[in-house]
Design a protein around this ligand. Sequence first.
Ligand code: PMP
Length: 379
Amino acid sequence: MAKLGRELSAKGIDVINLSFGEPDFFTPEFVKEAAKTAVDENYSYYTPVSGYPELRKAVAEKLLRENGLNYSFDQIVVSTGAKQSLANAVMCLVDPGDEVIVPTPYWVSYSEMIKLGEGETVFINATVENNFKITGAQLEAVITPKTKLFMFSSPCNPTGSVYSKEELADLVAVFEKHPNIYIISDEIYEHINFVGKHASIAEFDSIKDRVILINGFSKSYAMTGWRVGYMAANKEIANACDKLQGQITSGTSSIAQRAALAAYQGGLETVNEMVGEFKKRRDIVYALLKEIPGVNVNLPDGAFYFFPEIKSYFGKTDGTQTINSAEDLSLYLLNEAHVSTVTGEAFGNNDCIRISYAAAEDKLIDAVTRIKAALAKLS
Ligand code: PMP
């Protein structure tokens, strides 16, 4: 979709891109300054595989300060983005034939990482009616003796859904009955949360030792290109991931780590400003999407995505193009409305599309107005 969008743009067509998975904000100034200082201070050598000790300590302090979670610095492994931390964990935990439970819709890379680990993905389908969240009963129903791992994100990409502490407790009650299952909790959108304090499944002491908490700097500090993320896990898993990472990438960029350290030492002011903007945009886009007939949309509590169900358009046509899938609809919106979205199929859901609101307010209003007009031509 991004490639097709670029092709249209190259022809001079004004394409509005709502397919981005990254904040449209700049990295905060104080973080950029720290990186410049690091260059001048010759932070130019290889870094320890799991990251600079001072960054790992800052991560442990952050987890205590913001999340009430106790981790020692040697339980933290800093990586080249949350993505590498996720891949490390999957590679270390999943053996051929192991089952990994993933609620759909899920972030695209989960299923591919599990394939690389030669595991079998077992999906639980969450729908818009449930705000794209699963229950403990749904989880319990798919557990087998082969289940090794459960993997999810909250706030979620692509739905923006946020699990509350109570909803997590419902899942935890099931994990307590199954002590051999590990849990990867992807919390990369932690701060982009419009319902107050983030709840982590690692807050439950009964299962904390089996949780691999994943987080990073990409979203909260608008640092996607800097490539710094981390995991917090029990020492055995952290050591295994350190070994794996040591043979693949080594420690991530020295300059980026110094910048990340400054981010965690610098407080949440810039983060909160960005989140305030996202919330404003979410409310604007929600009001506009709600007005479109046949679009079934929920109000997401976090991240910067809508995941509207658009299946009511399947079988409809504008006379030349017939819509038979979410991919068809996403392509139709690109060609007809010149708005780029992402088909839900990429996230394991065939009835929805993902709309990112990491774009300026006027662009968002223009885009949703165009989407409405294009959909009105389908009958
Ligand atoms: N998890 C989720 C749910 C994401 O959306 C993303 C980025 N799109 C990542 C992990 C990867 O983040 P990072 O840039 O830190 O590798």
